[in-house]
Design a protein around this ligand. Structure first.
Ligand SMILES: Cc1cc2nc3c(=O)[nH]c(=O)nc-3n(C[C@H](O)[C@H](O)[C@H](O)COP(=O)(O)OP(=O)(O)OC[C@H]3O[C@@H](n4cnc5c(N)ncnc54)[C@H](O)[C@@H]3O)c2cc1C
Length: 605
């Protein structure tokens, strides 16, 4: 019996010998065709080596060593050599499109791989979504480039000339540094009262993030020592208590303390929107100092964040991105099962994706970029058919990391002021101070879901579109309310804030809000990131009980070795240990996983 592993020369000699020893015509024909096919196999294998497909070739060599020759197997072998590895990227957000862009830029993909991006929604961009409201360009998701220094997002924005626009956009220009702070009964708070608490809060956060070594007057052992703190919330509150202890000798009385606490709570609420944690008591203290900010200014993108996405997608040939294809199951083969690729798998590709519309697609490698919320739901909501499932389920260590990590909800609410309302020249940046629930100063007209909103401000100087951010339970509640209820309750709240018991609110920059009539809002636009099944929330954080290691664990590919390695790779903001929750974190993760595959096939530039 001939085995396909032998050399062509050796087989030719053997054939000659058999011929002289006498063979039937049919046997000669069979031998000739086998010889021809063996030649083909060797030629294809040589070309495969020359294309640096060392891993694919290794796999094929093993195949030949371990399988006795037959025409059927030879046919299959030829197919395997010729078939290009298929890489499927799930999700056309920042991570997915960056990975696809990197693959296309790095190699002549057409010759070496089949790449496609599968997107469950009907648009690209994921949690980046530029839209329009009240005639202005607004961002429903990612808004800021968090630090322009070394930011790949900023680099693309510059290259695509996206930082300037003639059309008004959500630029939050300048006046953010000049806020007016009002309590829920309309009293403008003196900056002498507000600033020390705001400075304390900033110093505490800087300390927690490892940006400064002490808080206050350089006293490392006093307030600001983070030792023993489990959560950012407990650390902050301890810092406030220490501050009171220090200043109590001088001045603060009971009412002053209540007001300071309310100002401190306002800063905590801003922090909740930065981190997406519903409660800062659930935000891990130790992980806070691991988080890395890009240096430099934080800016918004004049032509819209979606320009970055469009730029990444622009080099992909048409048809590479498939919209409206929601993956509901990823069938894969753990290392223990490799070699048992099930019937029905196309060309022995180890992964099979099942879509909600009943179709399927096989792949050699899948880069999963769906949000941490979608991964969590796949583990926990086992009966929901629309949820993304792994079959077999992901290993326990992976599921445990997914469960432990934090993933919260942040929503934006845009509000348009009536064109008839002319009682102000420019709406100021209002910082909203709400009193504690047990305080007599609490205004009963204001609903609970607005009580942890830190600010309301126009989206640019003189804009009639106002913006507030909501986090956690309040953000969830916002999603359930009708526009009418929101309009009514926000108008009531803002009127309370603007009902200055004295005549007018004078801002330090000279802008004045007159108090003559109720603020008239005509239209609202709210985001609904938690109820959208493709996101189920906004961004990730390190919850108490988890750590940055969990993000590393989430980023680990499956499987690492065996004859079908790297079946499932993981990208997305929640897989980046130091830049999670951001667009640049998602970008870096896409590059990381594209590089992993390119290295695997040894075709890095
Ligand atoms: C309100 C808000 C404000 C933000 N502000 C900022 C900011 O100012 N600056 C900043 O840097 N970042 C910000 N972010 C975070 C930033 O938007 C994200 O970190 C980043 O966009 C995530 O990109 P990603 O590719 O990891 O995930 P995603 O953008 O979520 O992409 C994943 C894609 O997978 C798709 N998908 C999900 N499930 C399936 C499925 N089963 N089948 C097929 N496709 C599926 C989704 O539709 C989505 O398109 C904000 C986010 C929100 C929500």
């Amino acid at each position: 019996m001939w085995v396909a592993g032998g050399s062509f020369k050796w087989k030719l000699m053997e054939f000659k010998r058999d011929l002289w020893s006498g063979m039937s015509f049919l046997a000669i024909q069979i031998r000739l065709s086998e010889l021809f096919l063996t030649l083909c196999v060797h030629l294809v294998a040589i070309s495969s080596i020359s294309q640096s497909f060392s891993n694919t070739h290794k796999r094929n060599f093993i195949f030949f060593k371990t399988h006795k020759f037959s025409f059927k197997k030879l046919n299959l072998y030829c197919k395997m050599v010729v078939k290009k590895p298929r890489i499927v990227i799930i999700g056309a957000g920042m991570a997915g499109l960056t990975a696809a862009n990197k693959l296309y830029k790095s190699v002549a993909v057409k010759e070496r791989f089949e790449v496609c991006v599968i997107e469950g929604g009907n648009r690209i961009g994921g949690r980046i979504n530029t839209s329009e409201f009240g005639g202005d360009r607004v961002e429903l998701g990612a808004t800021w480039i968090h630090g322009i220094g070394n930011s790949p997002v900023y680099k693309i924005a510059q290259e695509t000339n996206s930082m300037d626009s003639n059309k008004p956009w959500e630029c939050m220009d300048g006046f953010l540094d000049d806020p007016i702070t009002i309590d829920e009964n309309g009293y403008v708070l003196d900056p002498c009262l507000v600033n020390p608490v705001s400075v304390l809060f900033k110093e505490l956060m800087d300390f927690a993030q490892g940006k400064r070594k002490s808080v206050g007057n350089g006293n490392e052992n006093g307030n600001g020592n983070g030792n023993g703190n489990e959560s950012v919330g407990s650390f902050l509150r301890k810092g406030l208590e220490d501050y009171w202890e220090m200043v109590s000798r001088k001045e603060v009385n009971g009412n002053g303390k209540m007001l300071e606490e309310a100002i401190f709570a306002m800063q905590e609420n801003t922090q909740r929107t930065y981190t997406s944690a519903n409660d800062l008591y659930n935000l891990d203290y130790n992980a806070e100092s691991e988080y890395v900010m890009c240096p430099g200014e934080e800016v918004t993108i004049a032509k819209g964040y979606s320009r970055i996405i469009e730029s990444l997608a622009s080099i992909l040939p048409s048809g590479v991105i498939q919209l409206g294809k929601k993956v509901c199951e990823i069938e894969w083969h753990p290392e223990s099962e490799v070699g048992m690729i099930k019937n029905g798998h196309d060309d022995a590709r180890p992964v099979k994706l099942h879509f909600l519309d009943g179709t399927s697609l096989s792949a050699d490698h899948v880069i999963v970029t769906v949000s941490l919320g979608v991964l969590k739901a796949g583990i926990h909501d086992s009966d929901d058919l629309g949820m993304l499932k792994f079959n077999p389920p992901l290993p326990d260590y992976k599921n445990e990391a997914i469960s432990r990590l934090g993933y919260g909800v942040v929503n934006k609410l845009f509000m348009q002021i009536s064109p008839d309302f002319s009682d102000f020249d420019q709406f100021p940046f209002l910082q909203l101070v709400f009193h504690r629930s047990d305080s007599e100063a609490k205004n009963p007209k204001i609903p609970w879901w607005i009580r942890r909103t830190a600010s309301v401000s126009p989206i640019y100087r003189k804009s009639r579109v106002l913006l507030s951010w909501f986090a956690g339970d309040e953000a969830l509640k916002l999603e359930t309310l009708s526009d009418e209820v929101i309009l009514d309750e926000v108008s009531t709240t803002l009127s309370a804030f603007l009902s200055n018991p004295s005549d007018s609110h004078e801002q330090s920059n000279g802008n004045v809000i007159k108090n003559s009539s109720k603020l008239n809002l005509v239209k609202v636009l709210k985001t609904k990131w938690a109820s959208d099944p493709l996101f189920l929330g906004s961004y990730s954080y390190i919850a108490v009980g988890s750590s940055g290691c969990d993000m590393d664990t989430l980023a680990e590919p499956l499987t690492k070795s065996g004859s079908h390695p790297l079946q499932i790779l993981f990208a997305g903001e929640a897989t980046h240990r130091t830049h999670y929750s951001t667009t640049h974190g998602a970008y870096f993760s896409g590059i990381r996983e594209a590089n992993r595959l390119l290295e695997h096939y040894e075709c890095m530039n």
